[in-house]
Design a protein around this ligand. Structure first.
Ligand code: FMN
Length: 182
């Protein structure tokens, strides 16, 4: 089974989760990088608010892997004003992701799941096998706490991957049954 982890990040929290998941699953990983840099503080927060509010599509650089080549795609986002990162407005405009097995994850300041709710709606043409949210792992005071959060996220991802594998086996079985009928 081919697994891809896609994520975007400003300060590194979502990146830490995405990289931990990719490492645990031995998955390919693509980071989505904005063309116009944005920081997570000061006047840029107002810019970010506008982008979210008006569903802007900020430019992104081409990334390494095409999600359509993968059986299972993990997609990670920082929470921005209770929503997902606007880079996904651009990404999903450029590449239509549908009929894929997907799992979504987010990192935020609070434990609110609102961004994941919106993300699920945006990805409604795919099968969403799981969702996971955690609070800013890299800003834990204790390294052990950071590790615990990343381990928990990786455990979740492993469970999702097992489920996806089982589904693919069942789908293949059904496909063969159909072929034998002809
Ligand atoms: C522009 C902006 C808006 C944010 N809005 C929220 C929010 O609505 N809810 C929340 O829990 N955290 C919010 N945060 C905090 C980030 O979601 C959190 O720090 C996240 O882990 C950042 O991910 P990153 O380090 O991968 O960029 C916001 C941060 C920024 C920069």
């Amino acid at each position: 089974m081919k697994v891809l982890v896609l994520y975007t990040t400003v300060d590194g929290n979502t990146e830490a989760v995405g990289e931990a998941i990719a490492e645990r699953l031995g998955a390919d990983v693509s980071k989505i990088v904005r063309v116009s840099k944005i920081r997570g503080f000061g006047i840029d927060k107002i810019r970010a608010w506008f982008e979210v509010k008006f569903n802007r599509r900020p430019g992104i650089f081409p990334f390494k892997h095409d999600p359509r080549d993968y059986d299972l795609i993990f997609i990670g986002t920082p929470v921005w004003y209770d929503s997902y990162s606007p880079v996904y407005n651009t990404l999903f405009e450029v590449i239509k992701i549908y009929d894929r097995k997907i799992a979504i994850f987010s990192t935020g300041e609070t434990d609110s799941q609102k961004a994941l709710d919106k993300f699920s709606k945006k990805l409604k043409d795919s099968v969403i096998l799981g969702r996971y949210h955690c609070i800013e792992p890299i800003w834990e005071d204790d390294e052990a706490d950071t590790k615990k959060i990343l381990d928990e996220a990786s455990d979740w991802a492993e469970g999702v991957a097992k489920e996806a594998e089982k589904m693919i086996e069942e789908e293949e079985f059904e496909r063969r049954k159909t072929i034998y009928k002809f």
